[in-house]
Each structure stands twice: as C-alpha cells, then as structure tokens.
Design a protein around this ligand. Structure first.
Ligand SMILES: *Cc1c(COP(=O)(O)O)cnc(C)c1O
Length: 391
C-alpha cells in the first residue's frame, strides 16, 4: 500500500487544466489585467484576446462568433437558456419538453419554474439506456411548445442522444432546440449547423479548461432574454466584466481538444474498452449502464450487485483511485441517481453503481491497476454483504 498509484477516473465531474491553457492564461491575471471594455491600448489588447477566443469557440462549434456568449459555466448557461427562452417566447406559450435524464442544472431549474407556474413541463421518459427518440419529441409537441431541451451526452451513463434527428424535427416544427453539450464537447464532434441546434451549453472545466467559465451558443434570431443585466458586455446578453483568463484558457483547451480529437478519442476509447471488457470478465453479476455503443468514448458505468456504490468509492479512495457513483452533485446524498432510476433500474441496483471516466491523461498502467484493485474490493465487500449469497 505504500507505493500505491494515484488514479483520477472522475473526468465527468471535472478535468485537470491542460498545460497549454495554464500557460496561456497566466499573463491575463497580472500583466494583461486590463478591462477589455476600456479604451487604452493595453485594454484593447485584452479585448482582442477575448475576441480571438470567441472566434476559436465559434469555429469549434461551426458557429459565427456573434453567436457565442461567454458565461460562468454549464449551470449558468442552462439557466440562461431556460429562463431566457421563457421570457423571449411568452407570446407563443410556456410549454417545454425535456427528458428525465437531464443534468440537474436543467431538471431542477425547470421543476422550480413549474412550481412557480412559469412553465408547463413535459418530462419524457427515457429508455433502458437513458435515451429519448425524435418520435417521442414529435408526439409531445404542442402549438404552445416554446423549447425542447435534450442533453447531448449523458453525464452519468455516457449515452449519446440522437441529436441530429431531434434537431431536424424541431427545426421543421419551428420549435427552439437546446442541448446541454457539456459532456460532448471535446470528446465527440459537435456541429451546430449540421445538427440543427439553436442553443447549446458548454463549460470549460469538462475539457481541461478552467472552472467557472463556459459559453452559450445562441443561433442568430433566437429570442433569448438576458438574465444578467448591467453593462453592455457580450452584446448586452450577459453583463459583467469578462473572466479574461478563463475565456482565454477555455479557448486554448477547446482548440487543443478539437484539433487532436481523432487520435485522443481512439486512445481513450481503447483504454475504456479494456474496462468495458475486463470488468464483467473479472467480476460476476455486474451490469453495464448506458448504451453499449452510442456512448461517450471515456465513460464506463457499471452496477455492481449486492453492494453500495458509496462503499466501493471509499475503498477505491483508500487505494488511491478517485471515481464516482452517479454524478458528483448527488454523491454525498444517499439518494440513488435519478438517471439510473429513470432508466428503470431498481433502487438496490441503482445504489451499487460505479462511474469511471477517463481522459487523455489516463494511462495503460492506471487501467491495469483499477482492474487489479476493483475485483478485490468487490470480493471483500460482497463477503460482508447480507444480500450476497455465497454459492
Ligand atoms: C458538469 C455539468 C454541468 C454543470 O457545469 P458547471 O460548469 O459545473 O456549472 C451541466 N451539465 C452537464 C451535463 C454537466 O456534466
């Protein structure tokens, strides 16, 4: 135990800042500290850095720079969309369609708005993989539907929704379509034109950028009412002095992720596939959660029967392995994941879930280590479990 490895496999919760972003950000904390809205030359250089970053983010999404709004991250972006569309489309109605497997930034916000009478909500059930179909959306559309919000790739089980079909359907029906693409960006190609996306949320810290900064894509012509008023920053759509180091770091991290995506994805996926293949081979009575193929290249999520996810996490931690059961936001509470329950898993199986999420920094040796330690932990915990009948 003395020379145990330190293994980080919780990259869906957050990622390590990449060296390139760290280096690019540093000048903007001290030497280039000026307010980008000021007139002197130093400030104009900072302004240019922000606009260069905007162009980088726009290009990564196949959008126009004018369609990019910098935010304080994923939760802010989701809130800005939900509240901003309800205000912008009040004349059309207040019906919103979403899914039972959304991130809490969407689901809790919409449920809160529903209790206040601000929206009428249709929460579509998801299938056993946590996914919805375009046909489900079509059946739920109403004349007063103002927004469809569907998560691009699920943060817990990694399943990727049929975003192109849903986008095409919404465009044809003239309904605004939002996707929380926080987990997709930097991992799989995202083209807002090809996918007919009107609004898209992203956050930097999920692709090796800094925390507390993100962006919102809002297609030209979408009536998104601003939620933070004040100065005229972000063309009046989000007031507040820009988080310049964050914005610069986000753009560098995104550019890197997108530029190297094919190679990085292939490498991460090969490591991921070892876990997908070997965990069920080495541990009896495990169940893969999420779609077997339509899933993020870095996500592994298993239910391990007869034991609690929390006890697996504690034992993994004692062995230097950082992992998660469900999402970071729900661990610490004893409720099983709303996503796994929506997928139809019984409570006791949803409780025993383990999510391992990889990154470009994950190594073969780390996979070996997890594949060595995890079966030992499961054997030990099951031996103590009253639910587990030793044959
Ligand atoms: C992490 C995450 C968020 C929240 O992003 P923050 O930047 O932490 O606010 C929203 N949606 C999904 C799918 C996420 O994984």
């Amino acid at each position: 135990m003395s020379d145990k490895m330190q293994v980080y496999m919780d990259n869906a919760a957050t990622t390590k800042l990449c060296d390139e972003a760290w280096v690019a950000m540093q000048p903007y904390f001290r030497e280039q500290f000026y307010n980008p809205s000021s007139l002197y030359m130093g400030a104009q250089r900072v302004h240019k850095a922000v606009e260069d970053a905007r162009r980088t983010v726009a290009e990564a999404l196949h959008a126009d720079p004018k369609e990019i709004i910098f935010t304080g991250g994923g939760s802010e972006g989701d809130n800005a969309v939900l509240r901003g569309i309800v205000q912008g489309y009040a004349g059309k109605g207040k019906h919103i369609i979403t899914t039972a497997a959304e991130h809490h930034a969407v689901l809790h916000t919409l449920e809160l708005m529903q209790t206040r009478g601000e929206v009428e909500l249709t929460i579509l059930p998801v299938d056993e993989f946590g996914m919805v179909t375009a046909a489900q959306i079509r059946a739920a559309l109403r004349p007063d539907t103002i927004l469809v919000s569907v998560i691009f790739a699920n943060n817990e089980v990694g399943s990727i929704n049929p975003i192109a079909e849903i986008g095409a359907l919404c465009r044809a029906a003239n309904v605004v379509f939002h996707t929380d693409a926080v987990q997709a960006l930097g991992h799989i190609p995202v083209d807002v034109q090809a996918l007919h996306i009107d609004l898209l949320t992203l956050t930097a810290h999920k692709f090796h950028g800094p925390k507390g900064v993100g962006a919102l894509y809002a297609r030209r012509g979408i009536r998104l009412m601003p939620q933070i008023s004040g100065g005229g920053q972000e063309r009046g759509r989000r007031a507040g002095t820009e988080n310049v180091p964050g914005i610069v770091g986000m753009a560098v991290a995104l550019l890197k992720a997108v530029a190297h995506m094919p190679e990085t994805t292939a490498r991460i996926q090969a490591l991921r596939d070892r876990l997908l293949c070997e965990i069920p081979a080495r541990i009896p009575e495990v169940k893969l959660n999420g779609h077997p193929t339509a899933r993020l290249p870095n996500n592994v999520n298993f239910s391990i029967r007869y034991i609690e996810g929390e006890s697996i996490l504690l034992m993994l931690d004692l062995n230097g392995i950082a992992a998660s059961s469900g999402s970071a936001c729900t661990s610490g509470s004893l409720d099983p994941s709303h996503v796994l329950l929506a997928m139809g898993l019984p409570h006791e199986i949803a409780h025993g879930s383990l999510r391992l999420t990889l990154s470009e920094y994950t190594t073969d040796a780390e996979i070996d280590y997890v594949l060595d330690i995890l079966p030992q932990i499961v054997t030990r915990l099951r031996a103590m479990s009253p639910l587990y009948n030793v044959p």
